[in-house]
Design a protein around this ligand. Structure first.
Ligand code: ADP
Length: 445
């Protein structure tokens, strides 16, 4: 296909070049021939007039046309023309080449009648200017050599232009070729192909867009694979717990008492929370989560979230402090979603802060945004983990997180929710000293 494209492109270039150069040469040849012929006509006329005058003057002096005019021969050489003078009956009186004198001349072209002014019978002879055969200085051979040069020049120009367009079409076709190969690899599921094209313009843009598309497909494919692995991993533990307990009951190794049922129930709850979170995340990521946006007092939302978290904090022996100014501007948000973000940050802070720790929720208005910070004096997050904590299923301490029941989806969901409001969420932390999560929301949405 590509070779056909290359070939067609080259043929098109060649056709354009041949037509252009051919037309230009043809026009130049026609124009030059026309000009030269016109010039020759004028020169011939001037020569005729001057020879005619000479002959007539000679006649008026001597009473004969050509007698005493040996210079006719030189004049013929000078003009590159054969000069023939005949009398009224067509007998040659003078010939610049000397051959025809005394003979009858059968003129191939019309001659100029020589007329003496004032006489009764004015025509006294005929004057003929005949082009000399094979004269290298004649206009005919001049035109021929100009045409020859035009043809040679045209052929050279066509060859050079075709070579140049072959190289150019190769330059155009090469990235298209690369794109086709990369697209075929993509079709086979190989996402590593990229098009390397140095340059600018539409083709470079196309190559760039293709690479960007392949990159995002590669990331999406990687995420899909990770997701399947992570989900399978997350489901396996509670499911094998349930299975183990149910089989033990079946084998009469375990009593189906309240404690066993409660343990099975908590695994079932874990599973359904995981499924809910996944569904929620998938909605948020595909942009299908409907936000019910309303002007809200952010201070009140924070206070409500703190109030809801108090029993949990008290049970964990952690102090909860609110540091929210009264004059916070209203924010247009989906109150339920923002409460969910706050709940998640507070749950995390409580889960990762030891007894007698302090959790502070503060907020301030800053440059068209509201900034909400949840900081704790807990265990903190190691520096190398901070960039990953907003990733799906990422947990710093796998074993501990399992004990707290988190699947590593809470922060991912929070990030999506904040971003869908036009805000950002960041984390800062110092291992052993505490963590600080900050999210922003635009005041005017
Ligand atoms: P999880 O459901 O495990 O809490 P999250 O997405 O909410 O998942 O959090 C991801 C991980 O980030 C947690 O497993 C935990 O290791 C770490 N993390 C989150 N908040 C805190 C915090 N306040 N202090 C220390 N670590 C935290």
């Amino acid at each position: 296909m590509i070779h056909r494209f290359h070939f067609r492109l080259l043929m098109l270039f060649a056709l354009i070049i041949i037509v252009t150069i051919g037309t230009a040469s043809l026009l130049a040849s026609i124009m030059l021939t026309d000009r030269i012929q016109q010039y020759e006509k004028e020169v011939m006329h001037a020569r005729l007039v001057s020879i005619e005058r000479l002959l007539l003057r000679n006649f008026s002096f001597r009473g004969e046309l050509t007698g005493g005019m040996p210079f006719l021969e030189q004049l013929g050489v000078l003009y590159g023309q054969r000069i023939i003078v005949t009398d009224t009956s067509g007998i040659v009186l003078a010939d610049s080449q000397g051959e025809m004198v005394g003979r009858e001349y059968k003129a191939p072209s019309e001659g100029t009648p020589l007329k003496q002014r004032g006489a009764e019978s004015p025509v006294i002879g005929m004057l003929y200017l005949v082009p000399v055969e094979n004269d290298p200085s004649s206009t005919k051979s001049l035109i021929e050599s100009i045409n020859l040069y035009l043809v040679i020049g045209g052929i050279i120009a066509i060859i050079v232009a075709i070579i140049a367009s072959f190289l150019l079409s190769q330059r155009i076709v090469k990235p298209v070729q690369d794109l086709t190969y990369a697209a075929r690899r993509l079709e086979r599921g190989d996402y590593s192909g990229r098009v390397h094209f140095k340059g600018r313009g539409e083709i470079a843009e196309l190559a760039h867009a293709f690479n960007a598309m392949t990159g995002s497909l590669e990331r999406a494919e990687q995420l899909r694979r990770n997701l399947v692995t992570d989900v399978a991993h997350e489901l396996r533990t509670p499911l094998s717990n349930i299975r183990g307990q149910v089989e033990a009951i079946d084998d009469k190794l375990l009593e189906p008492d309240a404690g066993t049922l409660s343990s099975i129930h908590s695994d079932v709850l874990l599973l359904s929370r995981l499924i809910d979170d996944l569904q929620y995340l998938s909605l948020a990521e595909s942009g299908k989560l409907k936000l019910v946006m309303q002007p809200e007092e952010i201070g009140r939302l924070i206070e409500d979230a703190i109030a809801a978290a108090r029993p949990k904090a008290a049970a964990a022996g952690v102090k909860l402090i609110s540091d929210v100014p009264d004059d916070m501007p209203a924010c247009t948000v989906d109150a339920q979603r923002i409460s969910q973000v706050l709940r998640n940050l507070l749950d995390n802070a409580i889960a990762h802060t030891p007894m007698s720790g302090v959790i502070t929720v503060s907020s301030k208005s800053d440059n068209g945004f509201i900034k909400v910070t949840v900081s704790d004096t807990g265990e903190g997050i190691p520096k190398e983990d901070i960039p990953n904590i907003f990733e799906r299923f990422y947990r710093v301490d796998k074993s501990r997180a399992r004990a707290t029941g988190g699947a590593g989806l809470g922060l991912t969901i929070s990030k999506r929710l904040v971003e869908s409001h036009g805000g950002t969420i960041t984390a800062e932390s110092e291992a052993g000293k505490g963590s600080r999560f900050t999210f922003t929301l635009p005041t005017a949405v």
